[in-house]
Ligand binder design. Structure first.
Ligand SMILES: [Zn+2]
Length: 281
């Protein structure tokens, strides 16, 4: 190869890799209870064909939107035991399957986190199947005295890695939960909760169009949305349900004490320490 030609090839390759590096990657966390048309417990079973169809439709709409906005996407099948989505029907993005550790892969340097099909935290009114991690196991979850669920804790986890949360789709209550901590996030409200098992939902096609549009808009905000960071020591209190009452015989992990017959308090010097202890409790 002539030297001049070789340097042109090298320059082109360098430019290509620079542009490739520049394309942001969104880590999309999926759930079931915030999907349009999902309003009953039986619809949240991972093999429920209607859930699979509705959720996959929304996932693919979000992927199309993020890509349209200029980002790539990695989708995590985050509902239940991670067995709802399939690579035969999820299009345009790799699928993360299986349970994740406390860092949830966020140490891989993703540019943004997004929630799809998300529900509000336990105890919220007018919120479809609102719960915090486990509807059967956990009655109430607080972080530094504030009631929280997946939205607040995972946003704080993203914040610990300096990653902003840019998008959520779900019911109005879930959208309000995110906007309370990340006011500039793009939200696609696909249904309104009337009660725990009652809602007014958009038709699937309309919900998917809205999700695609908001996801595209969210990519433009990656640089401007501030990561949600919790500074200083963190205390996470878990009030278990009666059927999940922790046995007083069980040894407590480091940083943990019992503050009631059904309540454990976990403390850490910072969010990551408290979160890692909570995740391995
Ligand atoms: Zn959930």
């Amino acid at each position: 190869m002539r030297p001049i030609f070789a340097s042109i090839v090298l320059l082109a390759a360098t430019l290509a890799s620079l542009t490739a590096q520049k394309r942001p990657v969104v880590f999309l966390i999926t759930d079931a209870e915030g999907v349009a048309g999902v309003c009953r417990q039986d619809q949240t079973e991972t093999k429920n064909p209607e859930l699979q169809r509705l959720l996959t439709g929304e996932v693919n709409a979000a992927v199309r939107g993020f890509k349209l906005g200029g980002a790539d996407v990695v989708v995590w099948d985050g509902h239940s035991n991670s067995s709802t989505l399939s690579t035969t029907t999820v299009e345009g993005a790799p699928l993360v399957m299986g349970g994740l550790g406390p860092k949830m892969l966020l140490d891989r340097g993703y540019s943004a986190v997004a929630f799809l099909g998300q529900h509000a935290r336990a105890g919220r009114e007018r919120a479809v199947m609102a719960h915090s991690y486990s509807s059967l196991g956990i009655q109430r979850l607080t972080m530094n005295g504030k009631e929280v669920g997946e939205i607040e804790t995972r946003s704080a986890l993203a914040g610990a890695f300096n990653i902003p949360v840019i998008f959520l789709s779900g019911d109005q209550a879930a959208a309000d939960d995110l906007l309370a901590i990340v006011k500039d996030a793009e939200v696609a409200v696909v249904k309104e909760g009337i009660g725990y098992y009652a809602c007014i939902s958009m038709p699937a096609a309309g919900a998917q169009a809205l999700i695609e549009q908001k996801a595209a808009a969210a990519v433009k905000k990656i640089a401007s949305i501030r990561p949600y960071r919790i500074e200083g020591p963190v205390e996470i209190t878990t009030e278990y349900s009666t059927r999940s009452t922790p046995s007083p015989e069980n040894a407590l992990p480091e940083g943990t004490d019992r503050t009631g017959p059904r309540t454990l308090r976990i403390r850490g010097a910072n969010f990551m320490e408290a979160w890692t202890r909570w995740s391995s409790r």
